[in-house]
Ligand binder design. Sequence first.
Ligand code: PLP
Ligand code: ZN
Length: 420
Amino acid sequence: MSGFLTGLECGRCATFYPGDTPRALCDCGGPLLARYDLAAIRAAVTPADIARRAPTMWRYRELLPVREDASIVTMMEGFTPMIPAPKIAREVGVGELWVKDEGVNPTGTFKARGASASISRWKELGVTRFAQPTVGSGGHAWAAYGARAGVEIHTALPVDCPDLGWKGSLINGAHVYRVDGTVGDAFRILSEAATRYGWLNAGAGREPYRVEGKKTMGIEIIEQLGWDLPDAILYPTGGGVGIMGMWKVFDELEELGWMGSKRPRLVSVQVAGGAVVKAFHEGLDECSGAKHVDTIAPGIMVVKPFSDFLILRALRATNGWAVGVPDDEIRHFMAWVNRHEGLFLSPEGAATIAGVRRMVAEGQLGPASRVVVFNTATGLRYPHLVDGPVPIVPGSGTIDDAAVARARTAALMGHPDPQG
Ligand SMILES: Cc1ncc(COP(=O)(O)O)c(C=O)c1O
Ligand SMILES: [Zn+2]
């Protein structure tokens, strides 16, 4: 047996399940976290070894749950760029700001990381049929990695999700169910079917391996800053898998001796009225009482994340924060960043920049702060958010003064925020 995984530990009751039994949740219903022999990893590998490896998330192979290299299902995901964005930093009032751009991953989102880690490990354990509830991007990633691995994916999403969500999944050969209801309805209906048909429910936090893929985002930030820390990491939070993953891996890196006891402040950004933001500021240990909100950023609107108590613990343990942003601020920063930095962020990514601005206004960040924000998906997945009166020129015609004037008007209007 190879690999450094020792077993799975319940995040709720701390029961430990050693070895390689296929198990998604604790007997108590709590979420499971993968544990490793960190002393053995420390003896086996150093950051200098890692620096020589290929630029994918699998460069952190020892900290990932797969036993055999042959089990790895990869499309070279991860090790995404940290793009310095000095104009954004100036605009929102912080010292330095990097955009960790997950949009360059296969299928255009950070979901590639969870899909790669999870499908690799479950297939190694002999599990080949999965249910993936989604607002679009998760289903597409699982469908793509499922196709590569030759396993069966069932995905359900609300009918009003962007077309690419179901079309991307379909083209990869997944079973797609479009639900005429909310994302909550889609999750419930697919979970019931998963139980009925014996599919593994791979929804956020409901199995232990997606978070292992996502935690590599945290290692990368530290490695890409030369094993240094930013002051804060703003993460658009839905199921909270990325926040949990980064929190978990920072503890692992400290135990490896690759970082000290100081942590970047982990910050959850959600739509205004978001469940995690509400619970954080009300001092609660779990989310309760949040309502569904219609938004252009569906990835950061989850009424009750499955592992809510762990997300809140991660925020508080790192002296973190939580901030809600309304759609008009998200539209504003999608427009502003496109026009001034050339980056087509997802609405979820743009929300983090609105979040930085709000934290500066609240005195939580300032001109000395070094900040990393996550763009969790490429804006290219959201063409429905861009529109404008672009002139149609006949094939036999010319571009005249009137056409130029109309194109200029369109350039001003053809955007989520005409004032942006
Ligand atoms: C684009 C985007 N960003 C962020 C999230 C939230 O991710 P997490 O579950 O890690 O909180 C999602 C989830 O669907 C998403 O699609
Ligand atoms: Zn338990």
